[in-house]
Design a protein around this ligand. Structure first.
Ligand SMILES: Nc1ncnc2c1ncn2[C@@H]1O[C@H](COP(=O)(O)OP(=O)(O)OP(=O)(O)O)[C@@H](O)[C@H]1O
Ligand SMILES: [Mg+2]
Length: 451
């Protein structure tokens, strides 16, 4: 029966099939995958069918598993379905019946991935209005993105990690005439080099081991839409030249196929590395660089637009607090906000979002986030005055006298606030009372200028 099924699946559906003699053989062959489909009896000599099913599902979570059962073991089949099998068929059966079960399982999987795609697009619509920022650089950036959106030109987005490169790419797509079609993202650094080519260009049936059936690549999926190539700097030289051809000729072939496919796609690439330098070092193709860099978009680091931090904090607070059950309304204390504005943000907006999320988790039912809720790296930051708020005269200054002046001013203010109570004033300044008195004496003797 097995040989018959293998023969028919190959002849009728054009599938390439690997057969196994028993459970042990199946387990071994599963590791040589990848596989899209597994058809197995539950009663097998040696290792039984449930173990084979379990191993297949663990190795290939998306695999379609069809179970064959004997008469009177429907209960086992139901258990197999609970385990993750797609369907079962009871012996004896006609080949057509098996084919029918298989076809509808394939269709179900296609719908599932389509649904996942649609859902991700819905989420996106929420996020798209989310390019938050009113600073000069962000306003210029929005304008640039809008202008770019109207064209079909290739865009190269650069910027440090977490600055919003992907967000900007999606914003371009959704503001463009292509928005009715797909935005397809592919992260070149997340996919092993050997798989990236097939992922991008698709493959013909049997192009390589495990290439069951023909598959469309991301490039084709993005037809009339936008293809987002993330971390382009990690692309291999061989793939770089294939991509160059796509950008120049707007055509390509699937892996293992001779048929040329024409494509209409806008390409947006992103990288956090310095491509110009990579060109100079010979690790990135110069011609590809120029093809990509038609419209360069540089995203500013968060520390270059600190004015936007309060706005971003509010944005994330609204978003994250509203997602909680029950929804909360949260604010952030001025002190905490000052700390956030003084921080250097190596991880940029993503890091800020994480910090807000963490602070929210640590705020246990209070409605205001305060300094102790912030992560240690920010909490331990001295609460320095905001950069730029400190006046620096053209002719320079005497640093020590200037700082003494600041000290005296702050001590006087704290005394004013506590109506002259030195114990309380010292506490406000995180000083010992004796230190405060000492400082006050010394500073007044030096009669530094007040600010
Ligand atoms: N201007 C912004 N307004 C609101 N949210 C933003 C902004 N910029 C970035 N974000 C948010 O910060 C996170 C990181 O953004 P994104 O993934 O686009 O960064 P990236 O530059 O692609 O980072 P990486 O280089 O690490 O891939 C996302 O959750 C995004 O929604
Ligand atoms: Mg990214």
């Amino acid at each position: 029966m097995r040989q018959l099924i293998v023969f028919a699946l190959h002849r009728v559906r054009g599938l390439s099939v690997v057969e196994a003699d028993d459970g042990v053989d199946a387990l071994r062959k599963l590791t040589a995958g990848p596989f899209d489909i597994i058809i197995t009896d539950l009663r097998l000599p040696g290792v039984d069918g449930r173990a084979v099913l379990e191993s297949a599902l663990e190795r290939y979570p998306e695999i379609i598993a069809i179970i064959i059962t004997g008469f009177g073991t429907v209960k086992d089949a139901v258990n197999a379905i609970k385990q993750g099998a797609a369907d079962f068929i009871t012996k004896p059966f006609q080949f057509d019946a098996l084919l029918h079960v298989l076809t509808s399982a394939l269709e179900q999987r296609r719908l599932r991935s389509e649904n996942a795609y649609l859902r991700s697009q819905l989420d996106e619509r929420y996020r798209i209005d989310g390019l938050v920022g009113r600073s000069r650089v962000m306003r210029d950036l929005s304008q640039l993105l809008e202008t770019v959106a109207a064209t079909s030109s290739t865009v190269l987005i650069t910027g440090e990690t977490g600055t919003g490169k992907e967000l900007a790419a999606r914003a371009i797509h959704h503001a463009s005439p292509r928005r009715a079609n797909r935005f397809v993202a592919i992260n070149c650094s997340a996919i092993p080099e050997t798989l990236l080519e097939a992922e991008l260009f698709g493959h013909a049936r049997g192009a390589f081991t495990g290439a069951v059936g023909t598959r469309q690549g991301r490039l084709e999926q993005a037809h009339k839409g936008t293809l987002f190539l993330d971390e382009i700097g990690t692309m291999s030289p061989a793939l770089q030249s294939k991509l160059l051809r796509v950008l120049q000729e707007r055509e390509f072939e699937r892996v293992g196929d001779v048929h040329t496919i024409k494509i209409d796609v806008r390409v947006i690439a992103a990288t956090h590395s310095d491509l110009a330098k990579m060109v100079a070092d010979g690790t990135f193709r110069e011609d590809l660089f120029y093809r990509l860099n038609v419209i360069p978009v540089q995203l500013p680091a968060l520390r270059e637009r600190r004015d936007d931090i309060p706005l971003l904090v509010q944005h994330f607070l609204e978003k994250l607090a509203a997602e909680q059950v029950p929804p909360r309304h949260m604010t952030m204390s001025q002190d905490a906000l000052r700390r956030l504005m003084a921080y250097a943000w190596p991880g940029n907006v993503r890091q800020l979002e994480n910090v807000v999320e963490r602070a929210l988790a640590f705020s246990h039912g209070r409605s205001q986030i305060d300094v102790p809720d912030l992560g240690p790296e920010i909490q331990n930051l001295p609460a320095t005055p905001e950069e730029g708020s400190t006046w620096f005269p053209d002719e320079g200054l005497d640093l020590e006298r200037y700082i003494e002046g600041v000290e005296l001013t702050l001590i006087k203010r704290s005394l004013e606030r506590t109506q002259g109570n030195k114990v309380q004033a010292a506490r406000l300044l995180n000083l010992k009372r004796t230190t405060l008195i000492e400082k006050l004496k010394r500073l007044e003797r030096g009669s530094s200028p007040t600010l």
